[in-house]
Design a protein around this ligand. Structure first.
Ligand code: ZN
Length: 473
């Protein structure tokens, strides 16, 4: 895979959502010099934001949205990049949008990877027989049909790998047993492990699943082969089996396993879906709310990113019902093919590069739709001051963080100087379920999703409607 995706991944998907620095609104406001007229203007939105929140939370509209969400998730389940099921789910959302009276719905075609896992198995044969759960990582090459039987060497970190003699790695299966610190710090063993191990002569690589918690769960995800390095099969195993093999190695026991993996890989067509409420004064200026519609091929993609997708879809649907037209266009984007490496968002950026100056603000929800907390904001000081002022309308949902890289799909747009934000929420358990069979509706809480939708709709409306453009970095 191209190094550009690796770059994007390291700086975006790997963004550490849990360690973002919280800056209270109060502190930001202390150093802000916003015009009094603007402060008064923002405060004047209190009625409309209360109206929006109330209609969604108390008057049943949020319940209706949640029903649409559960219908969608149950109907389609996992929606993997390049699959017919993903395309059908996109058609479904387009029809649903139109059935709610929106007419400004368009799609943009994107070439996307289509990785289909086949049979996968891992059997330990020494020091004792044990079948182990595993899940192939995105776009892993297959093993020969008879599998790869080799000894395992447990490696703690890339530093450990660098310090281990090549002779000890050659011909072995490397198990990266890096314990979860943060997603950003740990995911590199999943994304780069195979090529790092192959460079030292490994025949396959395994990675401890990137999660702080496990009930014998395996967690897949994207991985990227370096050019000019042998592509070796690569898969994730459970925390339990990684710990088991580490203990065996510490006892001096020889660990031998047979790894079998098959898969196919080709390219398909998919689509980004764009839903607009055209601005009443500046239709060319756009505020984007977004989430991705694709998921991994395990679980239901309910949390990642069904929740973020549905609350972003709901913003224009709600505004249309109440004929609330903001000054600027409010655009919901349902990104395709986020999981294999931000493919849909990269295509959108390429296609709209000449219109970037028209994007006033870009928002994304792809880190959970648990209890909402506020926004993680990237932008100039003035932009952050304005957003902090807007967040005062939503107390206690008024936290503002500055992680330096909010979101995943939107990061490429933000890196071009467009201010943006991702949804902050109480997502401490997000990586328990992430990219696993556990990502189902059972981890979602109806009221929390509805509260996220209410906040997301109201805050995006205010940003799209205030008289002042958000200044660029
Ligand atoms: Zn996601």
């Amino acid at each position: 895979m191209h190094s550009i995706f690796l770059f994007i991944l390291i700086f975006t998907i790997c963004f550490d959502v849990l360690n973002a620095k919280v800056i209270s609104n109060h502190n930001v406001s202390d150093t802000c010099n916003l015009d009094n007229k603007l402060i008064e203007e923002i405060a004047s939105y209190k009625n409309v934001t209360e109206f929006i929140m109330n209609e969604i939370i108390s008057k049943g509209l949020g319940q209706e949205m949640y029903k649409e969400y559960t219908d969608f998730i149950d109907k389609f389940g996992a929606r993997v990049s390049g699959s017919e099921n993903l395309e059908k789910s996109i058609d479904y959302m387009i029809n649903l949008t139109i059935s709610h009276g929106l007419t400004d719905v368009t799609t943009e075609e994107v070439d996307v990877p289509h990785y289909v896992r086949g049979h996968e198995s891992l059997q330990m044969i020494s020091p004792r027989k044990k079948n182990m759960a595993l899940i192939g990582l995105g776009a892993s090459v297959a093993t020969p049909p008879e599998g790869i039987t080799a000894d395992v060497i447990v490696i703690k970190s890339f530093q450990d790998l660098d310090q281990t003699q090549e002779a000890k790695i050659k011909g072995k299966i490397v198990l990266f047993d890096a314990h979860y610190v943060t997603y950003g710090k740990t995911v590199i063993y999943r994304t780069q492990g195979a090529s790092r191990a192959a460079k030292k002569g490994a025949v396959a690589s395994l990675v401890r699943s990137v999660t702080p918690f496990s009930i014998y769960s395996t967690h897949t995800g994207a991985q990227f082969y370096d050019d000019n390095v042998t592509k070796i099969p690569t898969a994730a195993i459970t925390l339990e089996d990684a710990d088991l093999m580490r203990r065996m190695q510490e006892r001096g026991e020889k660990i031998t396993v047979t790894l079998k993996m098959s898969s196919t890989f080709d390219m398909k067509k998919s689509r980004n879906t764009i839903i607009d409420i055209k601005g009443k004064e500046n239709p060319n200026k756009v505020v984007i709310v977004s989430g991705h519609i694709d998921s991994w091929d395990v679980g239901q993609g309910a949390m990642d990113d069904g929740g973020g997708m549905i609350i972003s879809w709901f913003a224009p649907v709600f505004l249309n019902i109440y004929n609330l037209k903001p000054r600027r266009t409010l655009r919901a984007i349902l990104w395709t093919a986020e999981e294999p490496g931000l493919i849909g968002a990269a295509a959108y950026l390429r296609r709209h590069l000449s219109q970037l100056s028209d994007i006033n603000f870009v928002m994304e929800s792809d880190e959970g739709t648990f209890k909402p907390r506020g926004l993680d904001v990237a932008g100039s000081k003035t932009t952050r001051c304005i957003i902090a002022e807007i967040l005062k309308l939503f107390t206690p949902v008024d936290e503002m963080t500055n992680s330096g890289g909010p979101g995943s799909d939107i990061t490429m747009i933000i890196n071009k100087g467009v201010p943006g934000a991702s949804l902050l929420n109480k997502n401490e358990r997000y990586f328990w379920y992430h990219h696993s069979e556990g990502d189902t509706l059972n981890v979602q809480n109806k009221n929390e999703v509805i509260n996220c939708a209410a906040f997301w709709t109201a805050v995006s409306y205010v940003i799209a409607d205030i008289s002042k453009d958000l200044p660029r970095s």
